[in-house]
Design a protein around this ligand. Structure first.
Ligand SMILES: NC(=O)c1ccc[n+]([C@@H]2O[C@H](COP(=O)([O-])OP(=O)(O)OC[C@H]3O[C@@H](n4cnc5c(N)ncnc54)[C@H](O)[C@@H]3O)[C@@H](O)[C@H]2O)c1
Ligand SMILES: [Zn+2]
Ligand SMILES: [Zn+2]
Length: 332
């Protein structure tokens, strides 16, 4: 079967791999779409994602497909079912798993990171991380369930209520998902700060954003109860804290460089009683994400900018393709 294999740092090649056989508790998925995100950029460049990837490995932690086989112990899935796979597999035994925070698992493994993922025709996953996609969710949209689940986890870590005014900093795919999510979770006003006028305007016209700020020209005002930082630069992290009002919560969602720091006025943290919240991956969020996609409360298809084939993936990871907001790979 056709597979795109990461063979080393910045090295990828199409190979003809043997179709895997599912173990007793595993599902064999015939991939239809695989999404590409910042984690894939990191893994391609030899940096860790949620876990370390050791080449040779097939990436593709965001995916959707059709069940093509099931192991002898699998219940609830049959050949032909439309599915998406939560890539993260938790050990269930470590301190973090046993205290209800599996995302912090000491022994995290992941489809498309530590075991072969969706950038090939067939891959396997334990049935416990496979989810049915209802008919209302296209296979293309279904491939974004994983990133949407990261955003859902982020909002689940916050206390949200309608009176709040929220600001999202970052007009990338994740920032735009947060715009829709905050609305779906009942926040009455969502503003968006970014650097690309077309994306800012799209979110104002189509997704209920009240005020937009292009930070190459506009200064973001303060006064927000909830601020989501979805860029990961020191400058935007500082802007996120500065945009708060008393009692605010700041979600630090963007991923900075491992040695990155930003300046914060700690008197402000005290005096405004701020909550600064980190967010890591997507535990127990797939059911919510699939429901949000099925109900149309979150609409991802207008945010998918590129549909690629396997041969084009390396160019995207080399940043040779202009204007990529969200790329998905169609696997045929
Ligand atoms: N915490 C998690 O679990 C998790 C999961 C997925 C992604 N992330 C992180 O979230 C961040 C956003 O992800 P993405 O896929 O949207 O990335 P992206 O690179 O597609 O988008 C980043 C966006 O930030 C905008 N931007 C750049 N400089 C800016 C500035 N000064 N002010 C405002 N906007 C600016 C860009 O226009 C771009 O659209 C990344 O750092 C990513 O690594 C975190
Ligand atoms: Zn991802
Ligand atoms: Zn664990």
């Amino acid at each position: 079967m056709k597979s795109l294999v990461l063979t080393g740092t910045k090295k990828m090649e199409i190979q003809d791999l043997e179709k895997p056989t599912p173990k007793a508790d595993e599902v064999l998925v015939n991939t239809k779409y695989a999404g590409i995100c910042g984690t894939d950029h990191a893994l391609y460049n030899g940096l860790p994602g949620s876990a370390n990837a050791v080449p040779p490995i097939v990436l593709g932690h965001e995916n959707s497909g059709i069940v093509a086989g099931v192991g002898s112990d699998v219940k609830g899935f049959k050949v032909g079912d439309r599915v998406t796979v939560d890539p993260n597999i938790y050990c269930g035994k470590c301190f973090y798993c046993r205290t209800g925070r599996p995302e912090l698992c000491d022994n995290l493994s992941a489809v498309g990171v530590t075991r072969n993922g969706g950038l090939e025709e067939y891959f396997t996953a334990p049935s416990e991380v496979v989810y049915h996609l209802p008919d209302e969710v296209s296979l293309k949209a279904g491939a974004t369930t994983e990133p949407l689940s990261c955003a859902v986890h982020g909002v689940q870590l916050l206390k949200l209520t309608p009176y709040q005014k929220a600001l999202v900093i970052g007009d990338g795919f994740m920032g735009q998902l947060f715009v829709q999510l905050l609305g779906a979770y009942g926040v009455h006003q969502v503003d968006l700060a970014g650097i690309i006028d077309e994306k800012l305007q799209l979110n104002k016209d189509k997704f209920g954003v009240t005020n937009i700020y292009n930070t190459t020209r506009d200064k973001i005002p303060s006064g927000y109860d909830v601020v989501i930082e979805a860029v990961g630069l020191p400058q935007t992290q500082e802007e996120a804290v500065e945009a708060t009002r008393k009692g605010a919560q700041v979600l630090m969602f963007g991923v900075g460089k491992p040695d990155q720091h930003f300046q914060m006025n700690t008197y402000e943290v005290y005096q405004k009683q701020l909550t600064i919240q980190g967010s890591f991956i997507n535990p127990r969020a797939f059911e919510d994400s699939i429901a949000l996609l099925a109900s149309g409360k979150v609409n991802v298809e207008p945010l998918i900018s590129h549909e690629l084939d396997l041969e084009q993936v390396a160019d995207v990871l080399e940043d040779k393709v202009a204007g990529v907001s969200k790329a998905v790979v169609k696997i045929e």
